[in-house]
Design a protein around this ligand. Structure first.
Ligand SMILES: [Zn+2]
Ligand SMILES: [Zn+2]
Ligand SMILES: [Zn+2]
Length: 282
């Protein structure tokens, strides 16, 4: 998820002195009829809330939902009732699910041979082939082609550039402090603990990568009260070539599964390829 507007607006102060601001999407992702594959131009956008706070990670009411799998803790308030705690397996990255013929953790893309600290478009084969997606501060550049987002390819495990290369962003994982919290009427939501500049990578929507058939089977097996977490992304590569990716974070997923949709979204979804041709939904 990439932030689309600066999250600065603070809502009213809570009893504990914090000022929440939320993140949320356009589309009804938790609605059963929303199964149609979406073109990138109409991707789900989510809304994130931010709030001022002291260091909550040292507050014993909060635990790390990621179990230290993320480099920064994903905070969630420890409730007394276990029933209110979300039941799923945390995974920061996509995992291979039923019907997916490719393992998303395998390196399947070629790398560049840049020996510099950070790649530059004059000499880097990655940037020359796919274009520059980020500026030097790791902010996503606004790149649309005929109303569609351009695909993003980051430097990968086979590239010889350093870890600080500006073409490595989503692969670094979470860097922002996020909190998963229970909203009043819309189940779980995600909020940020500080304001985020526009174009900043927030989090992936990671889960099981599954086939179309498996996605359809899972959707048909859902009960009316179940949430539908499956996101379908359709990418057009010209000449009628279409790639579809189905991600389901219901049982295995990351913090992205808790994002709520919104009529005033402040996040957009951008497919990003790092080591594998299987895109990450950033
Ligand atoms: Zn690089
Ligand atoms: Zn390079
Ligand atoms: Zn590279």
């Amino acid at each position: 998820m990439i932030i689309t507007e600066e999250v600065l607006k603070m809502s009213s102060e809570r009893a504990d002195g914090e000022h929440p601001v939320d993140l949320a999407p356009h589309k009804e992702k938790k609605h059963r009829s929303q199964f149609e594959a979406e073109s990138i131009s109409t991707l789900i956008c989510f809304c994130l809330v931010s709030f001022n706070t002291s260091d909550m990670s040292s507050d014993c009411r909060f635990v790390d939902l990621s179990n230290s799998l993320e480099s920064v803790p994903v905070l969630i308030e420890q409730r007394s009732s276990a029933l209110t705690f979300p039941q799923f397996q945390y995974s920061p990255d996509n995992v291979q699910g039923p019907g997916c013929t490719l393992d998303p953790s395998e390196v399947t893309l070629p790398g560049c041979s840049c020996l510099s600290h950070s790649c530059s478009s004059e000499s880097c084969s990655c940037l020359q082939t796919h274009g520059q997606a980020y500026d030097s501060t790791h902010t996503l550049l606004h790149r649309t082609h005929s109303g569609y987002c351009s695909p993003v390819f980051e430097c990968n495990a086979l590239c010889s550039c350093g870890d600080a290369c500006s073409n490595r962003v989503v692969q670094r994982g979470l860097t922002l402090k996020l909190e998963v919290y229970s909203t009043e009427k819309r189940g779980w939501g995600v909020r940020t603990l500080k304001s985020i500049p526009k174009g900043t990578f927030v989090c992936e929507y990671a889960g099981e990568v599954i086939s179309f058939e498996e996605a359809r089977r899972r959707q048909l097996a859902q009960r009316a009260e179940d949430n539908n977490y499956i996101i379908a992304v359709r990418e057009h590569a010209g000449e009628g070539s279409v790639t579809e990716t189905f991600v389901d974070p219901a049982k295995v997923g990351n913090v992205g599964r808790f994002l709520n949709h919104s009529c005033q979204p402040n996040l957009l979804m951008q497919p990003v390829r790092v080591h594998s041709v299987v895109p990450r939904l950033a």
